[in-house]
Design a protein around this ligand. Structure first.
Ligand SMILES: C[S@@+](CC[C@H](N)C(=O)[O-])C[C@H]1O[C@@H](n2cnc3c(N)ncnc32)[C@H](O)[C@@H]1O
Length: 564
């Protein structure tokens, strides 16, 4: 029997049944972490629910396990044992089992490793590629899809689904390069696009997302805020619902989110928040910045200073600005990644994405060192994920894997799957037993969703490339206005808010005077930060806001300036 492209779309079952099936599979993974058939079933289940990237990730783990069965690799014994147990199941799985497959005879001769090997490298391998390749095409990772399809065609020459993926890929690539005024012929494979996007979703099985508006959560956030900003408090705020059109709605909708408010009157120029964070990323040489807080380190000018630099005595690759940063790093994350090379050389256009990946790796190191789930880290747990608000059940089953949920989360095969798995392996974390519970693509996607809405970055003074990034979980609770009442700076390893000495002058002038509002914060007033350069024109600010805020900014200043 021939499997055909995406022949495994769900038929007949309800959304709840499909979701229950997936939850059942996720729960039993810890009993069968090395089972290829189990990974394939997980992949099929994710795909059926509209998550091609999660399907691709488990299909890839199935591929890795086929390698483990075939070679004397680290998990060979365990993978072989699981494969022997899988033989029976294979014959019962019509979408995996192929005519000519050796599993039936192998099942009768379960001690014969050669027969198991035959089965793993034929129908299981084929089924894994048959999910992996079309899912990668679907999410826009065309170079990786091309690469795996070439391997599939080598293993199964003339396999009709792989020939058809080849044609789909060529058509997609031709269209891509034509759009850039180039041709596919003569373009190096390395130049093929390998980034796409996926749903930015609070996954229905994600039990780690807190109710951010619950009294106990607000109490916790306020106890944390008290330590760094005693005159501020976190409260539920009503924000305008932003759309991508700038038309003025007579009855504007609002949404409930968190915001930061003044507990008392605060005069202009007073510093009101000082926050340090360990969730930082540095893409430069490590002797330039403190590995923990990212404060700039003094340039060692004499050999005395050089030898007195605080560093890790095991790897000598990270440096610290103070004994307290060193202690924090050693207690909270560094030993998990000590001696592991973390950053990669990337082109200028990939520099910002690289910082998000380094933040992800730091979150993994924090979680591993503290034996916490990454989504339970205090730096991560309460921050805004900007998830879509469409119930997945309302678009199920869609005729294509795209569904109707917009795909707004950038996704790359390297950043969301390969790189974290590689780092985990170097950290000696078992990538089979630790997924899907602790380290899985859905968890990495969730972390990226949170970082993309909240991280701040700093550019290099040398070449303008982004080189530092950090998530400050309390600072990032403040909302945006183009007429902010506070300013912020991230320097010397801390994020600071201070009350603006002067408010922005609106253009054209308000009240004919050219004056802005009065500076200072009144008790109960919401603290408004600025996420963009507020000296830009209203048109430019609004163009920026569509990407960063999710819609056209409707702060008082934008509305005034746009209407005049
Ligand atoms: C960094 S978060 C700010 C804190 C967030 N409100 C929370 O609940 O954690 C950024 C998000 O807040 C919302 N936001 C911030 N400023 C806004 C504004 N002026 N108008 C509408 N939404 C805003 C947008 O949804 C944006 O994606």
């Amino acid at each position: 029997m021939e499997t055909t492209s995406l022949a495994i779309r769900p038929k007949g079952s309800s959304y709840q049944e499909k979701l229950d099936e997936l939850l059942g599979l996720q729960k039993t993974t810890s009993d069968r972490p090395y089972s290829i058939i189990h990974r394939l079933n997980l992949a099929k289940s994710y795909l059926g629910l509209g998550y091609p990237e999660l399907a691709a990730s488990d299909a890839y783990k199935a591929l890795l396990l086929v390698d483990e069965v075939s070679e004397e690799a680290e998990f060979h014994e365990k993978a072989l044992e699981a494969a022997l147990a899988d033989l029976e199941t294979c014959t019962k799985s019509a979408w995996i089992h192929h005519d000519g497959c050796t599993c039936e005879s192998a099942a009768k001769d379960a001690d014969n490793e050669q027969s198991v090997y035959g089965c793993a490298t034929t129908c299981w391998l084929r089924a894994a590629y048959d999910i992996l390749v079309p899912c990668l095409i679907d999410v826009g990772c065309l170079r990786s899809a091309f690469d795996y399809n070439a391997r599939a065609l080598k293993a199964f020459p003339g396999g009709s689904s792989f020939t058809s993926y080849q044609s789909t890929l060529s058509a997609r690539l031709e269209k891509h390069f034509k759009g850039q005024g180039e041709t596919l012929e003569g373009t190096d494979i390395e130049e093929y696009p390998d980034k796409g996007s996926v749903r930015r979703e609070l996954y229905p099985w994600n039990e780690y997302e807190p109710d951010r508006y619950a009294p106990d959560v607000l109490e916790f956030l306020n106890s944390e805020l008290e330590k760094v900003a005693p005159k501020l408090e976190v409260k539920v705020s009503e924000l305008p619902f932003l759309s991508t059109s700038s038309s003025t709605d007579t009855n504007p909708r609002t949404v409930k989110q968190l915001g930061v408010f003044a507990r008392q009157d605060i005069p202009p120029n007073e510093v009101i928040l000082r926050e340090k964070s360990l969730l930082t990323a540095i893409s430069r040489l490590h002797d330039t910045y403190c590995d923990a807080c990212s404060a700039a380190l003094p340039h060692p000018t004499t050999s005395d200073q050089e030898t007195s630099q605080l560093t890790c005595e095991d790897c000598f690759e990270v440096f610290y600005c103070s004994p307290s940063c060193q202690t924090l790093a050693e207690e909270s994350y560094h030993p998990s990644v000590c001696s592991i090379p973390l950053s990669q050389k990337v082109s200028a256009k990939d520099a910002a994405d690289e910082l998000y990946t380094l933040l992800l790796i730091r979150a993994i190191a924090l979680a591993e060192q503290q034996d916490l789930h990454p989504l339970e880290l205090k730096e991560v747990r309460y921050i805004w994920g900007d998830y879509h608000s469409i119930p997945p059940s309302s678009v199920y089953p869609s005729s294509t894997t795209k569904g109707e949920i917009p795909r707004t989360l950038p996704f790359s095969w390297n950043a969301n799957v390969l790189r974290p798995l590689h780092i985990l392996s170097q950290m000696d974390v078992n990538i089979f037993t630790s997924s899907p519970e602790r380290y899985d693509t859905w968890i990495f996607n969730t972390l990226y969703a949170k970082f993309r809405g909240t991280a701040s970055a700093r550019q290099s003074e040398l070449d303008g490339r982004p080189e530092l990034s950090a998530v400050h979980p309390l600072w990032c609770l403040a909302n945006h206005s183009c007429d902010p009442n506070v300013s912020w700076v991230w320097e010397e390893g801390e994020m600071r808010f201070w009350v603006r000495g002067e408010r922005v002058e609106w253009s054209p002038p308000r009240d004919g005077e050219g004056k802005g509002k009065e500076a200072g914060l009144k008790k109960g007033e919401e603290v408004f930060s600025h996420y963009c350069d507020i000296s830009l024109s209203v048109k430019e600010r609004r163009e920026w806001a569509v990407g960063a805020l999710g819609g056209v900014c409707v702060c008082e200043r934008c509305v005034w300036e746009a209407s005049h």
